[in-house]
Design a protein around this ligand. Sequence first.
Ligand code: NAP
Ligand code: ZN
Length: 347
Amino acid sequence: MKQVKAYGTQAVNAPLEALTIPRRELRPNDIQFDILYCGICHSDLHTIRGDFGEPLFPLVPGHEILGRVTTLGADVRGFEVGELVGVGCIVGSCGQCDACEHGLEQFCDEGVTFSFNGRDKISGGQTFGGFSKSYVCEDKYVLHMPAFEDLPMAAPLLCAGITVYSPLRHWQAGPGKHVGILGIGGLGHLAVRIAKAMGAEVTVFTTSPSKVEDAHRLGADHAVLSSDREAMKGMRGRLDLILDTVSAGHDVNGYLGLLRHDGSVVVVGLPAEPLQVAAYSIVRGRRSLSGSNIGGIAETQEMLNFCYEHGIVAEGEVLPISRVNEALDRLERGDVRYRFVLSMEEL
Ligand code: NAP
Ligand code: ZN
């Protein structure tokens, strides 16, 4: 085991502090890389706050991990030392179940191994995320990072990007489709850019007046302040698909009513509280409430290539890892436009 510098926490809701974590010795199919940048996703915050249950301690968050290869295991092919690579949420799956065979590792029957706060089936220990100096991962879960000009802001594609890309593809966002994006945070702002690049008409729904103004700059065709009843009424029955990225409890019934017949509200946000759905919201118009969770490895590579071709990266602030607690507090207050990325340079 190699000891590696990281930032993590020893208790629910406690601030993150500098600590040392083990990384497993390289096996023949493993890749080791130095982490350059790691995005901060709201799921990191939910985990730190205990919203998903008691985490494994010490908890080192971070699952939008971008770095440069330092060592290759003896059997690794197709990667080079010095290459830019990424790791998202998935670092293990059975590879044999129906889901894995269909490139849907995120739904693996045996349970996917997450890049942080997971059980590492190989070492027997736990997984530690990207708020750290280096990472070790089996090659089949490592992504090739295209040469993005704004490299730090490409890190959020590894979770936020794929989480919105996958359902937009699955529900066929494209020309002739009107897509709503609910909640303009890390996921939402990328969803606007990706849905536009796919050719859809895009309407943003936000609780933040300043984001209504910013929506057009992000590329949206229309923007609605969700507290504006008249504007909401004007959208009734007009959307084919609404991607719901909201991180806190909210009423989905009003949004189901904005769908055309056969449309779907697709939930990707993970509020701690259950969502309440009235039967009439879905029986009328044969509407559906669905969900989606990140995306498979092949699709993540496809998304990275798509974003590179279309010049899409996140927008936000890069902070040194030592300021991680400040970033988490600001993310909790909604005080970021639109994603924090941590730099590991000082580790
Ligand atoms: P984020 O940057 O904090 O954005 C969340 C947005 O939700 C906020 O910007 C805000 O948008 C809106 N919002 C927050 N509180 C709200 C409230 N009380 N009522 C209505 N709207 C509210 O978070 P994120 O990183 O994009 O993540 C969003 C959610 O997706 C989180 O729950 C995260 O855990 C989850 N997630 C899921 C997956 C998956 O695979 N399913 C992957 C990654 C993340 P406005 O200001 O525009 O209203
Ligand atoms: Zn995430």
